[in-house]
Design a protein around this ligand. Structure first.
Ligand SMILES: Cc1cc2nc3c(=O)[nH]c(=O)nc-3n(C[C@H](O)[C@H](O)[C@H](O)COP(=O)(O)O)c2cc1C
Length: 153
């Protein structure tokens, strides 16, 4: 079975979870990148004028650098991201809108500073045709194995 782990991780934490997931699943990895990369200053949410805050407040679309050309090769796709403002970053909405999810099993994972991912799951469920098969906050890498076991993967 062909599995893809796609992730957005501007500061590297979600990337670690994504890599471990891909290792355990023997899956392919794809990094979701914005057309314009985020600098450290762009992510400084304590600065009201930082890019991240402007994008959130203005509900700006954040386009992806590239689409997955061969998405039809994958039956199972995991999508990972950091929690931003209690939900998914805007670039994840672009990524989800860029692809057709019909007939695929889609699973979500996230890392955060403590927030849960229920709002992200609720919002993305309306955008992913076919729906989401499961989701997990992976702030502890020891949660990965039991989660995959529970999914039967
Ligand atoms: C713009 C921005 C907004 C964030 N909002 C939240 C939040 O609402 N709740 C939370 O627990 N953590 C929040 N965080 C922290 C990140 O979710 C956390 O550090 C995550 O593990 C970063 O993943 P990454 O290294 O893959 O980018 C936010 C971080 C940024 C940069």
């Amino acid at each position: 079975m062909d599995i893809l782990v796609a992730y957005f991780s501007p500061s590297g934490t979600t990337a670690q979870a994504a890599k471990k997931l891909a290792d355990e699943l023997k899956a392919d990895l794809f990094e979701i990148k914005p057309e314009k990369p985020y600098t450290a200053a762009d992510l400084k949410w304590t600065n009201p004028l930082a890019r991240c805050n402007r994008e959130k407040l203005l509900n700006q679309k954040v386009p992806c650098q590239e689409k997955i050309g061969n998405i039809s090769d994958y039956q199972v796709v995991f999508i990972g991201f950091p929690i931003w403002y209690y939900a998914e970053p805007n670039i994840i909405d672009s990524f989800v809108e860029d692809h057709n999810w019909e007939g695929k099993e889609v699973y979500l994972f996230a890392t955060s500073g403590g927030s849960n991912m229920s709002k992200a799951v609720e919002k993305l469920n309306t955008k992913i045709n076919g729906g989401i098969g499961g989701s997990k906050l992976l702030n502890r890498s020891s949660d990965i194995g039991p989660w995959l076991d529970s999914l039967g993967l």
